[in-house]
Design a protein around this ligand. Structure first.
Ligand SMILES: Nc1ncnc2c1ncn2[C@@H]1O[C@H](COP(=O)(O)OP(=O)(O)OP(=O)(O)O)[C@@H](O)[C@H]1O
Length: 633
């Protein structure tokens, strides 16, 4: 549900696509069970006969018995009607006995299908998890089975009971059909018109439910990281959005249910009213009192309950069945989307969301430098050779009056910050502990939304971007480097799985990783994370970022475990890489290497070259003194 367009597309798909996909296998399923269907039809004919006899008996009891002063005959006809009612129980028993022959094979087939799909998904996405599989296997299969049983019961009952009752009305007097049929058909037409939108609403409600479950599962799995990265509020906000989305789908569903209730009123109760109102007209046409009573009996005893159960069952169970069966047996569902378009915060803490391939056009960054209150860049290195650069003056990173508070009454960590980082620029962020450096990088990465103002990356607002969109724009390398149990090569190419060997070799060379790769047994050797030092893990994470296609790299103290020489080599390699580099500096040398230094100092933020900020920022002078024992280089 990514916005209105997505919803519309899905609704459309539900209306026709799901039906198109579901009908042929449903036909095949039923064609293989002709015996069960024939037995079910026989029991249903008995049900129709029963419906016919009840009204017929009442009408004749009145006309030929009580009104003709022949009480015995009247009682005889009533006894016939009573026997017909009593026979309803064994008839229903016979129907239920046949029903299992349809519902149980359906359940088995759906379970098989759900398991096959989950296994296929697991093979196609090793390491990925299909959290909706459990829901499909248990809850949704049971929903499908129950809905199917209800549907067969009521559809069949409606068709045969209505046939019996309408035949009965016709046999009593054709004028009765003239009175009863129009409201009945109008109500049924209104009801049929609600089927498609109701199915779409049902599908959206299911998707919202799955997205909420998926988010909860992801958040639970990432609790430690969420706490470490402080993205709990984002996760909460996302959960609130998903809950709101689920509530909105439920409200839409409820609205359609109201329309359906109106249809039930028209089809179910209007015929009784029209029959009452038209009694004089019917009498003029020779409809007897007994026939009128018989007609009421048909309406109240057979037709109205059948219409009622049909609408309830076909409405709820029918659309539910269509949606659930299509979900299990139709095309594989896409990753749950996000109603607001905001990325799941639980993903945001994982390094996995940073890397996505990006087209060369997107990687190309215009060379024009932006300007902002925090200063104009001194120099911006050339953008990637061969990549178009004349795409307008979009800054690589732009803060427009950005304020960020972690709580409603909390002091803002960043207050009306303006900043403009030019494409290709290398910028260092410095400041005392707790001043907001990580907060700033999380804002740029789109993992935090500003309390006010706007953050743009490559000219696009990052707040509300999807994980894929953000992954194509930037890579954030946090202090705690992630490596995983795959091969060394897989760890390096994680953010760009299609990287060719030459690119990987170039990255290995740039970051002087060859000795480490050889010690680990080469690119194809398995990497065991616990055998790497923290510094080595950081080197792997930095190489991964180097290889990625994203035009903006954000290093949040990502070199803190490296020795100064390795740090210098890594930073220089990343700075040489086409694109923009923003580094939360861990050492003075890191700041000196950058084109510009952003000194975060509460409200007195200063930005400029190393020499400029040395002259303008007492805090920076203090920091350099502290870092370098009084010398600033
Ligand atoms: N999730 C959060 N909820 C509430 N307050 C937070 C959260 N994350 C950070 N803060 C507060 O915001 C301020 C800035 O934190 P931030 O981590 O951005 O600082 P920093 O400059 O990166 O610090 P350090 O250099 O120690 O990593 C701190 O006062 C911190 O306590």
């Amino acid at each position: 549900m990514t916005g209105a367009a997505g919803s519309r597309g899905e609704a459309k798909d539900t209306g026709s696509g799901a039906l198109r996909r579901t009908v042929p296998p449903a036909r095949r399923f039923l064609a293989r069970r002709k015996g069960v269907l024939a037995r079910l039809a026989l029991w249903s004919v008995a049900e129709a006969g029963q419906a016919f006899v009840v009204g017929y008996g009442v009408a004749h009891a009145v006309d030929q018995g009580f009104l003709a002063s022949d009480t015995r005959r009247g009682l005889g006809w009533l006894a016939v009607a009573a026997v017909a009612v009593l026979l309803g129980a064994p008839v229903m028993r016979g129907v239920f006995a046949q029903l299992a022959g349809l519902t149980e094979p359906l359940r088995d087939g759906l379970v098989r299908r759900a398991v096959d799909r989950s296994l296929a998904g697991a093979l196609a996405r090793p390491g990925g998890t299909d959290r909706a599989a459990v829901s499909r296997l248990t809850n949704q299969v049971e929903i499908a089975r129950d809905s199917f049983a209800g549907l067969v019961l009521t559809l069949r009952s409606f068709v045969f009971t209505a046939a019996g009752a309408l035949l009965g009305l016709l046999s009593l007097h054709p004028a009765l059909l003239v009175v009863v049929l129009p409201p009945l058909l109008a109500g049924l037409a209104l009801f049929l018109a609600t089927l498609r939108p109701m199915a779409a609403a049902q599908r959206r409600a299911l998707a919202a439910d799955e997205a909420l479950g998926d988010h909860a599962a992801r958040a639970r799995a990432a609790l430690r990281d969420l706490t470490a990265c402080g993205t709990g509020p984002e996760v909460e906000r996302r959960a609130a959005e998903l809950v709101a989305g689920a509530a909105a789908s439920a409200r839409v569903l409820a609205r359609w249910a109201a329309v359906r209730t109106a249809a039930l009123g028209v089809a179910g109760h209007l015929p009784v009213l029209t029959l009452l109102v038209t009694v004089p007209w019917l009498r003029e046409r020779g409809v007897t009192a007994g026939a009128l009573l018989g007609a009421f009996t048909y309406l109240v005893q057979s037709l109205l309950p059948a219409v009622h159960t049909l609408m309830t069952a076909l409405g709820a169970a029918g659309s539910r069945l269509l949606v659930v069966v299509d979900r299990i047996a139709g095309p594989a569902p896409q990753e749950p989307a996000h109603p607001s378009g905001r990325p799941p915060a639980a993903d945001a803490v994982s390094p996995g969301d940073h890397g996505a391939s990006v087209s060369p056009e997107d990687r190309g960054a215009p060379a024009a430098a932006g300007a902002g209150a925090a200063g104009t860049p001194r120099s911006a290195r050339a953008a990637r050779p061969g990549v178009p650069t004349a795409r307008g003056p979009a800054a690589a990173v732009e803060f427009r009056a950005v304020t960020l508070s972690y709580g409603v009454r909390a002091e803002p960590v960043l207050d009306s910050l303006d900043l403009c980082v030019a494409p290709g620029e290398h910028i260092a962020v410095v400041g005392p502990s707790g001043i907001g450096k990580s907060t700033l990088t999380r804002l740029v990465a789109g993992m935090l939304a500003p309390s006010s103002g706007e953050v743009r990356v490559a000219g696009r607002p990052v707040t509300g971007g999807t994980a894929d969109e953000l992954g194509a724009l930037r890579v954030l390398v946090p202090q705690e480097a992630y490596v995983f149990a795959g091969t060394v090569g897989e760890n390096l190419t994680y953010l760009r799985p299609d990287a060719c060997r030459a690119d990987v070799d170039a990255t290995v060379r740039s970051l002087a990783l060859r000795p480490l790769v050889e010690r680990l047994g080469g690119l194809d050797a398995p990497l065991r994370p616990d055998e790497l030092s923290q510094g080595e893990r950081q080197l792997v994470a930095l190489a991964r970022a180097h290889l990625s296609a994203a035009p903006l790299l954000l290093l949040d103290e990502a070199t803190c475990h490296l020795d100064p020489a390795s740090e210098a080599r890594a930073e220089e390699a990343l700075a040489r890489r086409p694109g923009t580099l923003l580094v939360v500096a861990h050492r003075l040398s890191s700041a000196v290497r950058a084109d510009r230094v952003l000194v975060l100092d509460g409200v007195r933020t200063v930005c400029g070259t190393h020499r400029e900020v040395l002259a303008r920022s007492p805090l920076y002078r203090d920091l350099t003194g502290h870092w370098n024992g009084g010398s600033h280089r």
